[in-house]
Design a protein around this ligand. Structure first.
Ligand SMILES: [Mg+2]
Length: 239
């Protein structure tokens, strides 16, 4: 008997190639605002931005800052570090957020996998941390939307992964049972620990193969099953 009936996917860097897409969108925005004319090199800008964005998202998830502060400061702090003047941080953020969801790169094998899972009769859902207006557009423009019954977005539910509430809401809303549900995601703390603490099996999609003690912490004793994959193609064998 097949164990799983309901599959809950993370979106960014699990199905939608956030790393490539955000870089393309940022490069477009950088060029549009002619930042190279201020003597700035794109790779430097992107590196500083990513560092700031990462830190601010952590603060945002911990409810230490609000969305407006996150979106403004990730650019403002980057401008400050690189001595960029005369550009408004929120203007750059808006341009970037308009451009990003237009990007269409998916993780290798994503569409083949979703076609396969649909044929097999699985019910598919998304559980994602992100902004409502951006996540839906990403899915529509990249062709992901038709595969999914429902999309659960942290901003809408006011609870990001790894918090229990978003998983709880998703399972209930999908009419799923925990025992027949599987989470699939690339983020160790958000997706894996979130699913484990909530009590559903999880697949850790780890394409860059982080070493065991580098990232995998916080499991303790758990009754749920955790499986590692390095490619979405590995899911054909598991499901
Ligand atoms: Mg992710």
């Amino acid at each position: 008997m097949k164990k799983y009936t309901h599959l809950f996917f993370d979106l960014d860097n699990t199905l939608w190639d956030f790393t490539s897409n955000s870089k393309h969108a940022m490069e477009f925005t950088f060029n549009k605002l002619r930042l190279e004319q201020k003597g700035i090199i794109f790779s430097d800008f992107f590196e500083v931005y990513q560092e700031n964005n990462h830190k601010l998202w952590a603060a945002f998830r911990n409810k230490e800052i609000k969305k407006k502060e996150l979106t403004k400061q990730r650019f403002q702090l980057t401008f400050d570090t690189l001595n960029i003047e005369g550009i408004d941080a929120l203007t750059m953020n808006d341009l970037y957020l308009t451009e990003m969801p237009k990007q269409k790169c998916l993780m290798e094998g994503a569409i083949k996998l979703l076609d396969y899972l649909k044929v097999k009769g699985y019910k598919l859902y998304i559980i994602t941390n992100g902004f409502i207006e951006v996540q839906h557009k990403k899915m529509q423009n990249s062709g992901l939307t038709p595969y999914f019954e429902k999309v659960f977005i942290s901003e809408e539910l006011k609870c990001p992964k790894p918090g229990r509430a978003i998983f709880e809401h998703a399972i209930k809303s999908a009419n799923a049972k925990k025992a027949n549900s599987l989470m699939i995601g690339d983020d160790w703390s958000g997706d894996v620990l979130g699913a484990v603490n909530f009590g559903i099996d999880v697949v850790y999609f780890n394409p860059i193969k982080l070493s065991d003690n580098q990232e995998k912490h916080g499991i303790g004793t758990s009754s749920v099953k955790i499986q590692d994959i390095s490619s979405l193609f590995n899911l054909f064998d598991l499901l």
